[in-house]
Design a protein around this ligand. Structure first.
Ligand code: KIV
Ligand code: ZN
Length: 556
């Protein structure tokens, strides 16, 4: 079981479970393992690695995280390995599967949940309050028979009757729960209300002092951060959060926001976390690159503009004293303020040192070589290569799916007097070079058509975003896209809360000083991800029967 000192607040990160429930944020096994490695380095206390019963792929991801990341202490401030948690509905099959997935981690947890609001009991579960209590006792006792660290969540607690919650949670404690998590599943509560609820539950639940109380807020009204902090002030000592606040609908509480609030306002909270804040920017970029969910520029802490000062009066104040307009130092969140970094005469050593200063100190020789080659190419085009450029190169080179298809070159002709035409050359998985040409409604469309013809996959582009990482006409552009394949491929996994299959969407990202090249790289990245997912499915099997049987049981 996880213990904590009274002024340490535990960070339970659910990026790989609730975060991955964001529409289109599907991650493959390799990406999940890499994100978990980074979360460990960040200092996360508990990592909810997934929902193991959802599919063989989800099981494998959680199990690999348990085996490979579970034992790691390197780079962690706490010196203790991260707890690896698996989510399970309140059924023995789910709980057993979650346990089997996490049990190889030195520190592991089963997180089981059941809805408690009347609206969920009546319409979703079709059970009454008595049956709900029985199921909770059964689920928690079974989980506790397997594992010492058991978390229970009354789903939709934010809209549940507080006195019924007291009853359910009292039984969960008696059955052996060690953490009680209070979800505002639909992001309905306000800070006053949520803080009140946590306080009421702690004061009235029998045995409340034997467990850790936790918050889990959704951001439908933009109140997730405020609600979480209100819960903490009311006595919660675990916060459930995601990187960049990703998650169902409007997302979950964002890890970086609550951590930096506690860090920046010690006299307000008198609390600390185990998070190494200098890893925040890197983690945010990694999650954004792998999920394809772009961080809005004005996002607190990790948005591109979070530390930018535009207004003349602000710049004047900043030059006189940084504290005039800055409540946090960019370095504290892992953003280096230095702008003049490297140029075309900089060598491999200087490049590696800069990467290490930016927190990329564990790159393989192969990744380092690839990144250095890209850096040299960029330095030939741009006088000054900034930290933002380097981060874009790393994101583009390293945070990519396996390179099944590789871009050799593209050539485009466009303008307002001609039909855009593209010629594309790719190298395929067989090592053969393929070339094709296509017309399109614009240069990106023509490039995408040519790529689709070569690879033989038709898809719909459902999101396309392009962003300059620095100012200036020679800036590096980052393109992020999401596509849905045309052949109606269904995702075999289900969302644990709605029991509905996910929509199968793939993201891709690319960077270049040429926006058409960046867009082509993004499309190839998304198609490589799609092909890798197909391979993963055929290797692991889809497991549909296994899953639907269980879901049917649950619905009954
Ligand atoms: O929002 C929610 O209720 C959840 C539970 C499964 C904890 O994510
Ligand atoms: Zn949730």
């Amino acid at each position: 079981m996880t213990t904590t000192s009274p002024n340490t607040i535990l960070i339970f990160d659910t990026t790989l479970r609730d975060g991955e429930q964001s529409p289109g944020a599907t991650l493959n096994v390799e990406e999940k393992v890499e994100i978990a490695r980074q979360l460990s380095r960040l200092g996360v206390d508990i990592c909810e690695a997934g929902f193991p019963i959802a599919s063989p792929g989800d099981f494998e991801a959680v199990n690999r995280i348990a085996r490979e990341i579970g034992p790691l202490t390197e780079g962690r401030r706490t010196g203790q390995p991260m707890v690896i948690a698996g989510l399970a509905r309140a059924s023995q099959t789910d709980i057993q599967r979650a346990y089997d997935a996490v049990k190889d981690a030195p520190r592991h947890r089963i997180h089981t949940f059941l809805a408690t609001s009347d609206i969920h009991l009546r319409h979703k579960l079709k059970i009454d309050r008595e049956e709900c209590i029985e199921q909770v006792i059964e689920a928690v006792s079974f989980a506790r028979s397997l594992c010492d660290d058991v978390e229970f969540s009354p789903e939709d607690a934010g809209r549940s009757d507080p006195d019924f919650l007291v009853q359910v949670l009292g039984e969960a404690i008696k059955a052996g729960a060690t953490t009680l998590n209070i979800p505002d599943t639909v992001g309905y509560t306000t800070p006053e209300e949520f803080g009140w609820l946590i306080k009421y539950l702690i004061e009235n639940t029998p045995g409340a002092d034997q467990v850790i109380w936790s918050t889990h807020c959704h951001n439908d009204l933009g109140l997730a951060t405020a609600n979480t902090l209100a819960g903490v002030q009311a006595g919660a000592r675990q916060m459930e959060v995601t990187i960049n606040g990703i998650g169902e609908r409007a997302g979950n509480t964002s890890l970086e926001e609550v951590v930096m609030a506690i860090h920046t306002r010690p006299t307000m909270y008198h609390l600390e976390t185990n998070i190494d804040t200098t890893q925040l920017t890197r983690t945010s970029r990694m999650v954004s690159a792998y999920t394809g969910l772009v961080v809005q520029p004005n996002k607190a802490i990790v948005g591109a503009n979070a530390f930018a000062h535009e207004a003349g009066i602000h710049q004047d104040g900043m030059l006189k004293n940084q504290q005039t307009y800055e409540i946090m130092r960019p370095e504290t969140v892992g953003l280096n303020a230095s702008r003049l970094v490297l140029g075309k005469h900089s060598g491999r050593h200087a490049f590696r040192v800069r990467l290490e200063e930016l927190g990329y100190d564990n790159l393989s020789q192969e990744d380092l070589n690839a990144a250095f080659k890209r850096f040299k190419g960029l330095a030939d085009k741009k006088k000054v290569v900034t930290d933002a450029d380097i981060q874009a190169i790393i994101t583009d080179e390293i945070y990519q799916p396996p390179e099944i298809w590789k871009l050799n070159y593209i050539q485009v002709s466009c303008g307002d007097r001609s039909t855009p035409t593209a010629t594309v050359s790719l190298t395929g998985p067989d090592g053969v070079t393929y070339e094709d040409a296509a017309l399109g409604t614009g240069p990106v469309d023509s490039v995408y058509q040519a790529i689709s013809r070569i690879i033989g996959i038709e898809s719909t582009l459902i999101e396309f975003a392009i962003n300059a990482v620095t100012e200036g006409l020679d800036a590096v552009a980052e393109t992020t896209i999401r596509i849905q394949p045309h052949n109606g491929e269904k995702d075999y996994r289900v969302n644990p809360q709605t029991d509905q299959p996910y929509v199968r969407t793939f993201s891709g990202h690319g960077a270049s000083t040429d926006i058409i090249v960046a867009s082509a790289r993004a499309y190839i990245s998304a198609l490589n991800k799609l092909l890798a997912a197909r391979e993963e499915n055929s290797r692991l099997g889809e497991g549909t029967d296994y899953l639907t049987t269980d879901l049917t049981d649950q619905a009954d």
